[in-house]
Write a protein that binds this ligand. Structure first.
Ligand code: PMP
Length: 390
């Protein structure tokens, strides 16, 4: 049995012991030959995990918001028109970031739990000429999954770069950057990439790099400016050292271990594992009578679930009860429905046993909080899915 509470929030997640061991190893110099090798190899592995053979990875010390900031700072110039495909809290954040860099922002929004129809996005792209379009692959505030492949295709048809916030999707949801024509994908270390919080990752495709290189105005963010970082990334990949800011040495060591594990599992197998685990978790929640925030099952992410509380349940009390029963889950985040739902993360090294443990804790906690469920019904429904998939 795990000695700590099982961490089943959308982030950070449970980390593999080998990754944690790398994080806790003695820190090396950032110019030590073995660190140069680990950083260079991590950049190569990032390209593989993002399915972006011609992309330029940039790994910075910072959280996912820095990765978003880096995309906005380097690709937006004052007066640029940006279209935000908005599915919730993190799409709002992208809109704020690009506005800060001077963009004129238009948004296509959907009701909470919905996602903008591809036709509505296309209509917006036809109406005006946009330099770029942002999409949140999985909005962690709603658990809604966007059809990035289709959205990227229409963005290009209308001459806009497609930027994808993959913080809650990279290495969990199918995402093929080059094949789908996505120009930039960003993420953070602490979700399905399986490395503790502290690294911001961006992969810029050829069109995004060309857009950056043809800027007419300087980047209005000193730390995130790609002018400073591209030579550093290129040097490490060529197995040379270079300096702009001290890399998060131990986190990069840990990232390399995690990326090796991801590639060894195989992306197709990994995506399928996340699908099965997600189906099992959602089947278990349905068996307990819970609905989901995403309005349609095919719009729901596989990296997380966002179930609605049954009537009469006090969310804070319930989440505290689940923690007492050994599992940490998260409350709502989207301001419009914050108290109406909770969130379970199931990504990275998560396995079926973790999902069963979580459902068992949820069942027990519901009963303790006065909502009657058939004890074992959720666990059984999840088991049925996993046995069917086996
Ligand atoms: N985008 C999405 C989809 C996220 O889920 C998050 C974090 N939950 C962020 C961006 C921001 O990442 P961070 O908290 O690491 O800054």
């Amino acid at each position: 049995m795990k000695k700590h509470n099982l961490l089943m929030i959308p982030e950070p997640i449970e980390f593999d012991p080998a990754v944690l061991a790398a994080l806790g190893a003695p820190t090396t110099s950032h110019v030590a030959p073995e660190f140069i090798e680990a950083f260079g190899h991590s950049l190569e592995l990032v390209r593989e995990v993002f399915a972006s053979p011609d992309g330029q990875p940039i790994i910075l010390a910072g959280s996912g918001t820095l990765a978003m900031d880096s995309a906005g700072a380097n690709l937006v110039e004052p007066g640029d028109k940006v279209l935000v495909v908005n599915t919730g809290y993190f799409s709002d954040r992208f809109a704020e970031i690009v506005t800060r860099y001077g963009a004129e922002v238009s948004q296509v929004k959907a009701p909470v739990g919905g996602r903008p129809e591809v036709e509505a996005v296309e209509a917006a792209l036809k109406e005006r000429s946009y330099k770029l379009m942002t999409v949140t692959h999985v909005d962690t505030s709603t658990g809604v999954l966007n059809d990035v492949e289709k959205l990227a295709e229409i963005a290009h048809r209308h001459g806009a770069l497609c930027l994808v916030d993959g913080v809650c999707s990279v290495a969990a949801e199918e995402l093929r950057m080059k094949a789908w024509g996505i120009d930039l994908v960003l993420t953070a270390s602490q979700k399905a990439l399986g490395t503790p919080p502290g690294l911001a990752l961006v992969v810029a495709g050829p069109r995004a790099l060309a857009t950056f290189q043809s800027r007419k105005t300087p980047v209005a963010n000193y730390y995130a400016d790609w002018t400073n970082w591209l030579p550093v990334m290129q040097a490490y990949e060529a197995r040379k050292s270079a300096y702009f800011g001290t890399p998060a040495v131990n986190l990069v060591w840990a990232l390399e271990v995690s990326l090796r594990q991801i590639v060894a599992e195989g992306l197709a197998v990994r995506f399928e594992r996340h699908r099965t685990i997600s189906q099992a978790c959602k089947a278990g929640l349905s068996a307990l009578g819970l609905g989901q925030v995403p309005q349609r099952p095919e719009w729901a992410a596989h990296a997380m679930s966002a179930p609605r509380y049954p009537k009469g349940i006090n969310g804070a009390e319930f989440i505290a009860a689940v923690a007492k029963n050994g599992v940490v889950i998260a409350g709502g985040l989207h301001p419009a429905i914050k108290t109406e739902y909770f969130r379970i993360g199931h990504m990275g090294s998560v396995d079926m046993e973790d999902v069963l443990t979580t459902l068992a804790a949820i069942e027990t906690s519901f009963i303790e909080c006065g909502y009657q469920v058939d004890r074992g019904a959720g666990v059984q429904a999840a088991l049925n899915v996993s046995q069917h998939a086996a």
